[in-house]
Design a protein around this ligand. Structure first.
Ligand code: ADP
Ligand code: ZN
Ligand code: ZN
Length: 732
């Protein structure tokens, strides 16, 4: 008696830029009832096989029956994510207007995209039916190791890892050959208990208040802003909250900016928490990432520390999500699936019904506005946990003081004073290389990048010209290629300032930190160790220095090129500058000694700079938010960009004009452009964009849904690429 089973179609999301799902039949002979959304399937795709994610199961398909194919196999016995996390991923695909298949692929370690099992198979041996029967009355005599092995197997399955020749010689092999053994898969190992080796310091009243407030919110969604100056003990608050979460039998997800994920930070968590802590970040191998992901998903490691994409890590029982340095731009993915891990952390916490803590010494203006408007609750740690007070901040007016190799006289004098008093100094210059420009005084030629609207940067040590935008490089010319006159390097990068400092302070060992010298795993730790041990006296570097690391013996911070950020093309340039200055200044004078901060600027009367210096980051943020409100920029509006680029300039504008013409009528919304990107030509491609500015999120979403469906239908020449960026953090 057979009941007709209703036909089921698997809607499979594949890692392709096509914004649709692909229909398949379940694997031949498999009951569709076994298959659920969030499981992976192996499917035929043209002539290849691909790993896809089941997005849904439907009763009907628009694909003609003759063309629809069977999936080849089911890869997971259960969905990769719990229902809420999977729902978040669908929501994210929808919100960021990105194909679900690429979103799901971005959310898992590469090994899983290639079909690796989501659980670590834990193999073990046990007696087979034949083994059971025959071993009771063996026909041959058994050796002592075979006897020992049989005795062991009588006590239960033997994990394969413990069945090595050291214990049982070749008994395992001989019994297997007789067909007495069979291998089985054990359920995953329970979490191993770690041991905490350090105890927390007695908390300050502000820390205690923050811990009580967040601790009291466990079990329900609340978004907390923890605004605490650098060194105020935010990390201690995170640890305290995580201890409470663990005591309640739940886990924690901690997000940190890419560069901050150093062994020091991870070590601090491991020493304090009595459970396994795993990490997830980009310099891990695929195998390491898979291992961490599995440990997180199974609950073997209840604490996960990771960078951006770790926001998607499945946890069996999340209790809190923490986003450290929430203002950091590295939380926004800048290509492909352009999501904000900070914003998704908040969305995820809401879905799980748990608190999320956004910590920063320099909160983003968006987050401050959310706190002002009552959507987030704000906690403040106003003081440093250690002894030192606030650093003194001064401006060096570059119009009155000539700079030698980027260093004005008062800055040189201050460096001398602090070094002389035994302090360490930190020199901050957010530009690597020797000089940003190679200039001919004979004819005015400036070395251009052949592929970008940009100048080549001089790298003296390598004797190359390098484009920092596309990576093009060329030998450093001896003379002007146009007129043969002498050429000179104009302006300063870290490489040049290093030379200047070495000449000025030959006795003071210097450590430079930028992407040209910090290239491999371990480089940054080695550099920071030079500083921590006191061997290095001068620390020079780019924004790599501003993230996550502490330099307790630094007493002077000199910011060499503040003006770069004051006049950036992007409306967020001044916010970034203020964050960098405050972050780098926060590294000074951690110990007993008071710190000093000097900022070189040719525009010391700039109102944003003045408010930053006189009223600190809060004052700056108030003023900057007023400016944003007046100009109608985020957080007082919502933006999306439609970017296009192609080797042919006309094709880019033709496409964008057509796209603009395809825009549906919409209220409360403006479509601006096409406008060239700040750097119109980059890596040989012309770049332009349309900007959508909406008063509110729902209007933007509704518009994008309708508009992009039309934009997708537009024809364009093959080399043209276009993409959508919802909530872009760079709009130039
Ligand atoms: P943040 O994360 O805000 O930069 P940390 O938590 O790293 O601050 O604390 C900065 C330093 O102060 C660390 O060395 C930390 O061990 C120490 N610290 C934090 N809280 C206290 C406290 N309550 N008492 C003493 N030292 C503390
Ligand atoms: Zn010339
Ligand atoms: Zn270039």
């Amino acid at each position: 008696m057979t009941r007709p089973t209703p036909t089921a179609f698997l809607q499979v999301a594949l890692d392709t830029p096509l914004r649709r799902v692909f229909d398949y039949l379940p694997p031949a002979g498999m009951d569709a009832a076994r298959i659920e959304p969030g499981m992976r399937v192996l499917v035929p795709l043209g002539r290849r096989r691909a790993v896809g994610f089941v997005a849904g199961i439907a009763r009907a398909s628009e694909v003609p029956a003759a063309r629809i194919r069977h999936a080849l196999g089911l890869l997971d016995p259960e969905p990769l994510w719990d229902a809420r996390s999977f729902e978040l991923l669908r929501w994210a695909a929808d919100y960021y207007q990105h194909p679900l298949g690429e979103v799901l692929s971005a959310a898992v370690p590469a090994a899983l995209r290639r079909g690796a099992p989501a659980r670590e198979p834990l193999l073990a041996w046990q007696l087979s039916a034949r083994g059971l029967a025959e071993s009771a009355t063996p026909r041959q005599r058994l050796g002592p190791r075979q006897v020992a092995l049989l005795a062991r197997l009588g006590a239960g399955p033997l994990p394969a890892a413990e069945a090595g020749p050291a214990r049982f010689g070749d008994a395992l092999r001989s019994l297997r050959e007789r067909g007495w053994l069979e291998s089985i898969e054990l359920p995953e190992a329970p979490p191993a208990a770690g041991q905490a080796s350090t105890r927390p310091p007695p908390l300050t009243p502000a820390q205690r208040e923050a811990c009580e407030a967040i601790g009291g919110s466990l079990g329900a969604f609340t978004a907390w802003l923890l605004h605490g100056v650098t060194g105020s003990g935010k990390t201690e608050v995170y640890l305290d909250v995580i201890e409470r979460v663990l005591a309640a039998g739940r886990g924690a997800l901690v997000l940190v900016p890419e560069i901050a994920l150093t062994p020091q930070l991870v070590g601090r968590f491991r020493r304090r928490l009595p459970v396994p802590v795993v990490t997830l970040h980009s310099s891990m191998t695929d195998a390491e990432r898979l291992e961490s992901w599995r440990a997180a998903r199974s609950g073997a490691a209840p604490v996960v520390i990771g960078t951006r994409s770790a926001v998607f890590t499945p946890l069996p029982a999340p209790g809190v999500i923490i986003v450290d340095e929430e203002h950091d731009p590295s939380y926004k993915q800048q290509d492909g699936f352009r999501y904000s891990a900070r914003d998704l952390a908040v969305a995820r916490a809401a879905r799980h019904g748990i608190p999320v803590v956004l910590g920063s010494a320099t909160p983003s203006l968006e987050t401050l506005a959310n706190a002002d408007e009552g959507r987030y609750r704000k906690l403040v740690l106003p003081e440093r946990a250690g002894a030192a007070g606030k650093p003194r901040v001064g401006v060096v007016d570059l119009r009155h003081h000539a700079a030698r190799d980027g260093l004005a006289q008062p800055v040189i004098a201050a460096l001398e004073r602090h070094l002389g008093a035994g302090g360490q100094v930190l020199v901050y210059l957010n530009r690597r290389g020797f000089a940003p420009t190679l200039f001919c005084s004979g004819c005015g030629w400036i070395a251009p990048c052949p592929a970008c609207d940009a100048r080549m940067t001089v790298h003296m040590a390598r004797a190359r010209l390098v484009c920092h935008h596309c990576g093009a490089d060329a030998p450093l010319p001896f003379g002007c290629p146009k007129c043969g006159s002498e050429v000179s390097a104009v302006g300063q990068g870290t490489e040049r300032v290093e030379q200047a400092l070495a000449e000025l302070f030959p006795q003071a060992p210097l450590v430079r930190v930028d992407r040209d010298v910090i290239r491999r795993r371990g480089d940054i730790e080695r550099a920071l160790e030079e500083v921590a041990s006191g061997r290095a006296r001068i620390l020079l570097g780019t924004q790599m220095l501003t993230k996550g690391h502490d330099y307790p013996d630094v007493t002077l911070v000199a910011v060499l090129n503040a003006d770069q950020g004051l006049f950036g093309a992007d409306f967020r340039a001044s916010e970034r500058l203020a964050q960098q200055i405050v972050q780098v200044a926060g590294r000074a004078g951690r110990g007993e000694r008071p710190g000093e901060v000097l900022i070189q600027s040719a525009h010391p009367e700039n109102p944003l700079l003045t408010s930053l210096i006189q009223e600190g980051y809060e004052g700056f943020a108030r003023r900057a938010l007023e400016e944003r409100r007046a100009a109608g920029w985020p957080p007082y509006s919502r933006l999306a960009l439609l970017r296009a680029d192609a080797p042919d300039r006309a094709a880019v504008y033709a496409f964008l004009h057509e796209a603009a013409a395809a825009a549906p009528a919409a209220q409360g919304l403006r479509l601006l452009g096409p406008a060239p990107a700040a750097m119109e030509r980059r890596a040989g491609r012309y770049r332009a964009q349309l900007l959508v500015e909406a008063a509110a999120r729902p209007a933007l979403k509704q518009f994008l849904d309708a508009w992009l469906a039309r934009v997708e239908q537009l024809r364009h020449p093959r080399p043209l690429r276009w993409s959508v960026d919802v909530d872009p953090i760079e709009v130039d």
